[in-house]
Design a protein around this ligand. Structure first.
Ligand SMILES: [Mg+2]
Ligand SMILES: [Zn+2]
Length: 241
């Protein structure tokens, strides 16, 4: 195989780079009854809208910006993952893209706390901003405008496959290898766009593995798949890239 001069690592955030799910965690920490309500309503309300609504309810009962930031800072994040990405970034031939259905504030708050803000060349996620103590969150794709055209089964709002292709077109860069780190069912669409020389680091026993097992062959999945359970294993694999 030809040597890899330039590679791209694409990271899902929740349960991939981080060891938890941001949207659910903050309510588990600060307002478990809202967490329960989200679980009940998730089939009726689009997920990002549901998180936005829950943030408004949390604000209504006096939950502060400092409390939410603290919850994010104490969220599980494996030190081996921090080392793994930092070492690979320092190697100088790797770009990083984050594709996440969380939001810009949750992700940047955690990256700042872990001193990892230098890692990503681009973070594609739902836009959020603080308005005093209220975190205002919107869908990445405006629900009143044109929606994604994906037919692989991506839920409304974000198609990570289209977002990956848009990133590659936007940067006009050629990568000898793309490595995709993900765990969820919405990480299946982007890995269908990868080539034989690419690699998927799939977290075991979650939605992505289930879709690979069920639809991978039929949909012509090309990249090599490597499974991992703990971030220390990602660190091991990254050391060989
Ligand atoms: Mg995930
Ligand atoms: Zn898609």
């Amino acid at each position: 195989m030809a040597p890899v001069e330039k590679q791209l690592i694409v990271f899902d955030f929740d349960w991939s780079m981080a060891d938890q799910d941001t949207d659910r965690w903050i309510f588990e920490v600060l307002a478990p009854d809202l967490r329960r309500k989200m679980k009940t309503l998730k089939f009726d309300i689009q997920w990002t809208d549901l998180v936005a609504q829950s943030l408004r309810e949390a604000h209504g009962r006096g939950i502060t910006r400092a409390q939410i930031e603290n919850a994010l800072q104490i969220m599980p994040f494996h030190p081996a993952m921090a080392r793994a990405v930092d070492n690979l970034k320092n190697g100088g031939r790797t770009d990083f893209l984050c594709l996440s259905n969380s939001n810009s504030v949750f992700i940047s708050t955690i990256l700042e706390h872990k001193k990892l803000t230098h890692i990503f060349n681009d973070i594609v996620t739902n836009p959020a901003e603080w308005d005093a103590e209220l975190l205002k969150l919107r869908r990445r794709v405006d629900p009143t405008g044109p929606q994604h055209t994906c037919t692989v089964g991506c839920s409304p709002n974000m198609c990570k496959g289209e977002e990956l292709e848009a990133f590659l077109a936007r940067h006009g860069k050629k990568f000898d290898r793309i490595v995709y780190v993900g765990d969820g069912s919405n990480d299946f669409c982007p890995i269908l766009r990868l080539r034989e020389q690419d690699l998927v680091l799939c977290r075991s026993h979650r939605g992505l593995q289930q879709r690979i097992d069920k639809e991978g062959t039929e949909k012509g999945l090309k990249p090599k798949i490597q499974y991992w359970a703990g971030a220390w294993e990602v660190e091991e694999i990254f050391a060989t890239l």
